[in-house]
Design a protein around this ligand. Structure first.
Ligand code: PBG
Length: 313
């Protein structure tokens, strides 16, 4: 009765990796319980996700082919575009959020178009913006409900907003990965999404883990550019940032319990060192307590089951 914070199945978002082929579900080695699914399998699974009461999925694509600019991300029949149509048919009512980025689609694994500036090879921020706009409009055409840019280019929210508006998608909201840190906890994701950078790292465009105030400045920019919902990522190592962002902004606040956070729980549990279910629920309630409204987690289906079984709400 006196519990201050609650977790509800309606707070959860389940991430899905869509791969080419048919009838394929391939488990990700470092993420037990998580698989890459072909479009048909993903659509089937989304039927279960809806029945479990989870309101939304977040889609990532592993394309057939990669190039230097990630052009397969805005093809009409790209892997995520096809998944959107198939899921819509099999799981109407499920909210379809799409991750907008290039690291899964470029042959170099960086989150945009490369350029060389003063001998330093890195992502060309402004050249990447127009491709992000292309990808956003293509995914909206294919039926995405919410566009979630995770690239961390400056100015992307404003640019994506006007591209969506011009294409007749002014009703489609933007969930911005507003404070995304350059984190070691993305390790297993890069196996799951085949998106490890071929050289260097992402510190040119992702946030320094030491800088909470700078991260909030990044959130402010996204709010000013028209972000409808905000995200802090990863979750558990950045609860202070979630708390402060919640205090300063009124937009719905999402937190992403990322691949490494999930993998740690699973790995410790596999060794008998930790109780996975209890640790999962404790971490999720902590993220809610810090101020997140929505939690994106690979444990969403486990959490939904535990909430159903009772004793965990
Ligand atoms: C794409 C992207 C990443 C994640 C979500 N979107 C990887 C990265 O930035 O390297 C990580 C999610 C996770 O670790 O679960 N840019």
């Amino acid at each position: 009765m006196v519990r201050e914070t609650r977790l509800d199945v309606a707070d959860l978002v389940y991430p899905l990796f869509i791969r080419p082929g048919e009838g394929i579900s391939r488990e990700v080695g470092s993420m037990p319980g998580v698989s890459q699914h072909s479009v048909d399998r993903a659509a089937q699974l989304c039927g279960d996700v809806v029945r479990e009461g989870i309101p939304a999925v977040l889609l990532f694509g592993l394309p057939d082919s990669k190039d230097s600019i990630g052009s397969s991300s805005w093809e009409k029949d790209g892997v995520v575009q096809r998944a959107l149509r198939a899921i819509r048919e099999q799981a109407p009512g499920l909210i379809l959020i799409v991750d907008l980025c290039f690291c899964e689609y470029t042959d170099h694994g960086h989150c945009g178009v490369l350029s060389e500036q003063a001998g330093h090879r890195t992502v060309d921020n402004d050249a990447t913006l127009q491709n992000l706009a292309r990808q956003a409009v293509s995914l909206a055409h294919a039926g995405a409900d919410i566009i979630a840019p995770s690239d961390m280019m400056d100015g992307r929210v404003g640019r994506i907003r006007s591209a969506l508006d011009d294409a007749g998608f002014s009703h489609i909201p933007i969930l911005s990965y507003a404070a995304k840190f350059a984190s070691a906890f993305y390790g297993p994701f890069r196996e799951a999404a085949d998106s490890a950078p071929a050289f260097g790292d992402r510190r040119d465009y992702q946030m320094d883990p030491a800088n909470g105030r700078e991260a909030l400045r990044e959130v402010t920019l996204d709010v000013d550019e028209g972000a409808d919902m905000l995200m802090v990522k990863p979750a558990l190592p950045y609860l202070d940032v979630i708390r402060e962002a919640r205090r300063r902004f009124d937009q719905p606040m999402a937190a992403y319990q990322v691949s490494g956070e999930y993998a740690m729980l699973r790995a410790a549990a596999a060794n008998g060192w930790i109780d996975y279910e209890q640790a999962l629920m404790e971490s999720l309630i902590s993220i809610r307590r810090a101020g997140a409204d929505l939690i994106i987690t690979y444990g969403a289906r486990d959490a939904a089951r535990l909430l159903r079984e009772g004793g965990h709400d």
